[in-house]
Design a protein around this ligand. Structure first.
Ligand code: SF4
Length: 450
């Protein structure tokens, strides 16, 4: 069987500070499981259009094509899947967009034979097993959604055991291309060769509180990979690809403090020279955690600061205040660990006065130092987020879009700004431009995605 796993390019504009620098770990994990199980019964090609464009004329070579969908690239997925169907290939759609809007997609499109919701390793293995054996017993395949005559069948959900899943192999992609993209955007960071990994999935804050209003991450429950496996993966990145900076893309690296301390203590000597870029909630930054970060050689921490206004932070279920934010950044500065603050404009109740507070906080952080880049974006109520659900539940516009599969992100962004803030879209744009152009000494990214 010839299989293509493809991450199609975005069709709706968004760029971020690390686009084309992260290898597609989810796709690589599926490819690795498939290769380990089916060996030479399957040829796997991975195309990540953040890096290189797919040749659509070659789609006819593949028996099965899997597309990774986000709300940004979904229109491209439809376009590509229609071409794949013309060639007679089978198609499967996964990714966050498909996970949330599976029913709408199958009701509105005929170009997807299967949808896989949430994690794809086990469902993909089972699906390929059926196709290889010319069988059609799809009912037992977890996370699968498909049309059976005129009925849409939703199979039971399954969660991947991260302790059993294999380390994603990089043999399917050219890691150098990702490193080159980093060097292009950050020409001043000479000699840094980043490599991304994930050590865990899930966010303890989302489990506890329901999550931040704009968060569209889908994993429930915090699951960590085994420490030994992660260090083996890091050693491999260092030895085979000369990576010297590890980017851990987990939702929150300090979700499980006991795990984080243990992970740091278990570092093999040969990894002492590697630096780390990690994510953390502000509230987890303490003297103890920062000391541990220092020991791990954490160079920069991504912090979702979001706003400089306490009322707006509270309305967004952020669980942090300006005081806790300042305490965290001062602690990081004390230990000489850089941080990458990210702001979201247009949170519930946002007003000119709260925007001014955010602008002041950005300037304050720049004055305090310890930061050399910053992200600032306008809230995008993506499918899967509480904000999107609010639009569906509380507005007539929500009733109109409830059955759609393609969501116009810019339209939604404007609708949210004009209806769920005490300001409007034009004012948010004005403040975003002010922040992205006038904070002295910082590289500012206007469309940072978490
Ligand atoms: S935005 Fe970050 S902290 Fe908030 S719920 Fe999502 S992953 Fe957790």
């Amino acid at each position: 069987m010839n299989l293509l796993l493809c991450n199609p390019k975005n069709a709706q504009g968004t760029t971020h500070s690390r686009k084309g620098m992260y290898v597609p770990l989810g796709i690589l994990s599926i490819a690795t499981e498939l290769k380990n199980t089916y060996q030479d019964k399957i040829n796997i090609t991975v195309i990540d259009e953040d890096i290189e464009l797919a040749n659509l004329n070659e789609f006819g070579q593949y028996d099965l094509i899997g597309f990774y969908s986000t709300t940004y690239n979904y229109p491209t997925c439809i376009y590509y899947a229609k071409i794949a169907k013309e060639y007679g290939s089978k198609t499967v759609l996964g990714g966050p967009h498909a996970s949330v809007l599976a029913k709408n997609i199958l009701l509105n499109q005929s170009c997807f034979d299967f949808i896989i919701r949430y994690e794809g390793e086990k469902p993909f293995l089972d699906l390929v097993g059926q196709l290889l054996n010319n069988k059609k017993n799809y009912d037992h395949i977890p996370n699968l959604v498909f049309n059976n005559q005129s009925t849409i069948v939703f199979n039971d959900l399954h969660t991947t055991d991260l302790k059993k899943v294999n380390t994603p192999s990089r043999e399917f992609i050219n890691i150098e291309k990702y490193i080159k993209n980093f060097e292009k955007l950050y020409p001043d960071k000479i000699g840094i060769r980043p490599g991304s990994i994930y050590s865990s999935k899930g966010c303890s804050w989302r489990d506890k509180s329901g999550g931040c209003i704009f968060c569209a991450r889908l994993e429930q429950g915090v699951r960590c990979r085994t420490i030994e496996t992660i260090w083996d993966e890091i050693k491999e990145l260092k030895n085979r690809y000369s990576v010297n900076s590890i980017w851990d893309i987990s939702d929150d690296n300090l979700n499980n403090l006991e795990w984080f301390f243990k992970f740091t203590k278990s570092r093999p000597k040969e990894c002492n020279d590697l630096s780390f870029f990690i994510y953390s909630r502000v509230n987890f930054i303490s003297e103890q955690t920062v000391q541990c970060m220092k020991e791990l050689n954490v160079e920069e921490v991504f912090l979702g600061i979001e706003s400089g206004d306490n009322e707006v932070l509270k309305n967004s279920y952020k669980g942090q205040t300006v005081a806790t934010i300042l305490k965290a950044v001062e602690l990081l500065k004390k230990y000489n660990i850089k941080y990458f603050p990210s702001f979201v404009l247009g949170l519930p109740g946002e007003s000119v006065s709260s925007l001014e507070n955010t602008y002041s906080l950005c300037n304050k952080l720049a004055d305090l130092g310890g930061v050399d880049r910053l992200g600032c974006t306008i809230l995008q109520p993506m499918p899967g987020s509480l904000a999107y659900q609010k639009i569906l539940d509380e507005t007539d516009f929500g009733k109109k879009i409830a059955s759609l599969d393609h969501i116009d992100v810019l339209h939604l962004e404007k609708f949210w700004a004009d209806n769920f803030t005490n300001s409007n879209y034009d004012t948010l744009l004005k403040y975003r431009n002010k922040i992205t152009t006038s904070i002295k000494g910082l590289k500012v990214f206007g469309n940072e995605e978490e």
